[in-house]
Design a protein around this ligand. Structure first.
Ligand code: AMP
Length: 386
């Protein structure tokens, strides 16, 4: 079902997925007086479920559970992209699904995502799709080394990826991908990774937050600087790429596009996230309308708010390493008593290593000043693997 119906509080927003992105959307929605329902295959009490009015804990192919969920919600959105397609189709046939099934289906799978980018002439790293070792050999011969091979389905935070260097044995590399479709990409010697988070409303209007700079640590986002330290020309390219992706997908909701900036000043799309994004969390504390409020507005058929940033900011991710053990909380005093820092915790029970447990936003006169403060807080909190 795809229409332009608008919803006001106390309508019920149904969210597919139970993680922190659903939690932050639920917080925003409940503040406005909407009701929130979560459908997740996680156990009860998941990060989003803790905030929702009610949650359904069932498999995404459990149509009976989906029926009872859909009977009680007005509009549905997603908080992560790896929702089985049959579930997306089932939901879309019965309730407004924003973003629609096609946008999620395209972006949840690297092969479809890359082919979409190619079809729209949106610049990205040269790539080839491979299905077997012979295909990998042809792709590597064509693209050159170094390159990177990524599984087409269900990859995130660098999982399901392997770099192919000058010495790599392709048969060894392929053994990790056997039986899967994969995308082989030319290696991009980028000078910076940036992203743009924005929203597109049901009437096609858009509002983008500015270009932000992302620094990763072992494939997981460590800090985001907002704004990014880029030239106006780079900024213009990055914002234009976001618009092309959003229009191409006829997107409705909040969407992030991750990009590489090359030494020659070119911007290439790396990945699309059909949902709010970790690199947009700073908007909660630093923007007139944050990425979750925009998602809520787009999903409920309302006009978007101003994305204007009122202060430079840095977002620092808090991974499980910051907890002294899986179950013992750190002493949060340095953050809680800081005049320009905000603590966000996601309510996860076990602080596993590399798990995203929360984040800190630090405001400052400049992004560099905020980064220096964030690094100080990071040092004070410590790490159990340091
Ligand atoms: P992804 O899961 O595609 O977002 O990749 C995770 C990280 O791996 C990116 O944030 C980059 O740091 C790195 N990476 C991925 N693809 C490439 C590429 N083609 N060239 C260079 N670095 C890459």
């Amino acid at each position: 079902m795809s229409d332009k119906t608008a919803f006001q509080p106390p309508a019920t927003i149904g969210i597919l997925g139970g993680g922190q992105l659903g939690r932050m959307l639920a917080l925003e929605a409940r503040r406005c007086g909407y009701r929130v329902a979560i459908f997740t295959d996680e156990a009860t009490g998941c990060p989003a479920g803790q905030i929702a009015d009610w949650e359904v804990n069932a498999r995404y192919d459990d149509t009976e559970a989906l029926d009872s969920f859909l009977a009680r919600v007005d509009v549905v959105t997603v908080e992560f992209e790896n929702i089985p397609d049959a579930c997306l189709s089932y939901v879309e046939a019965r309730k407004p699904l924003r973003p629609g099934r096609n946008a999620v289906f395209t972006t949840q799978h690297r092969e479809r995502e890359k082919l979409f980018l190619r079809s729209q002439n949106i610049p990205c790293a040269p790539f080839q799709i491979v299905e077997d070792l012979a295909g990998l050999e042809r792709a590597v011969a064509g693209l050159g080394r170094p390159c990177v091979v990524k599984t087409a389905a269900f990859g995130y935070d660098g999982k399901g990826q392997a770099k192919i260097g000058p010495e790599s044995e392709l048969a060894d590399v392929w053994s990790g991908f056997e039986g899967h479709h994969a995308v082989v990409e030319q290696w991009v010697p980028f000078v910076m990774e940036v992203s743009v988070v924005g929203a597109r409303a049901v009437d096609g209007s858009t509002a983008t937050h500015g270009v932000v700079e992302n620094i990763h640590d072992r494939h997981i986002l460590d800090v985001t600087l907002a704004p990014a330290r880029v030239t106006p020309a780079i900024e213009k390219q990055a914002l234009a790429l976001w618009e092309s992706v959003a229009q191409g997908l006829q997107y409705v909701g909040t969407m992030a596009v991750e990009m590489f900036v090359t030494a020659e000043g070119k911007v290439l799309v790396n990945e699309i996230a059909p949902r709010p994004h970790n690199s947009g969390h700073y908007t909660i504390d630093a923007c007139v309308t944050n990425q979750f409020q925009q998602q809520l507005r787009a999903v409920t058929g309302q006009k978007l708010g101003s994305p204007r940033q009122h202060s430079p900011a840095v977002m620092l991710n808090l991974l499980g390493e910051v907890w002294p053990s899986e179950t013992r909380q750190p002493d949060w005093t340095p953050v809680l008593s800081h005049p320009e820092a905000k603590l966000h915790l996601y309510g996860k029970q076990l602080a596993k290593l590399r798990r995203k447990m929360g984040h800190i936003t630090v405001l400052g006169a400049t992004a560099d000043a905020a980064l220096a403060e964030a690094r100080k807080l990071q040092g004070l909190l410590g790490s159990r693997t340091a």
